[in-house]
Unconditional design. Structure first.
Length: 119
């Protein structure tokens, strides 16, 4: 099953995952010669720029990262050089480092989803 939504922005292909999560002010832009492709279980931090790039499944892109046309983030990679020494997963999500992005996003959906807090 194709788990992406195709949107056209000024005639450009923009593929976005149904299972990804993008934070406040994350900018996503396709290019005519470099479509934007975002896989499943991708977490994109705030103030991030995704510009004509391919982001494969289960990728973490930290706050303020920029990906330029033609770039690629392979499955399971983490783009967070400055923040890596911090215990970001433990502090922000209450999980151990190495917890899969699918599990983190599942927990986020459960915590912030429409039925969160309802019996």
């Amino acid at each position: 099953m194709d788990r992406t939504v195709r949107r056209h922005h000024r005639g450009r292909d923009d593929r976005r995952s149904l299972a990804g999560a993008a934070r406040h002010r994350a900018q996503r832009r396709p290019r005519a010669d470099h479509p934007l492709r975002v896989g499943d279980a991708v977490l994109v931090g705030p103030h991030t720029h995704l510009n004509g790039t391919t982001v494969e499944d289960e990728v973490f892109i930290a706050t303020g990262a920029s990906m330029f046309p033609g770039s690629r983030a392979g499955q399971g990679c983490e783009l967070w050089a400055v923040q890596e020494p911090l215990d970001f997963p433990g502090t922000v999500y209450g999980v151990a480092r190495g917890t899969s992005m699918r599990e983190i996003i599942r927990r986020q959906c459960a915590a912030y989803g429409p039925s969160a807090g309802q019996p």
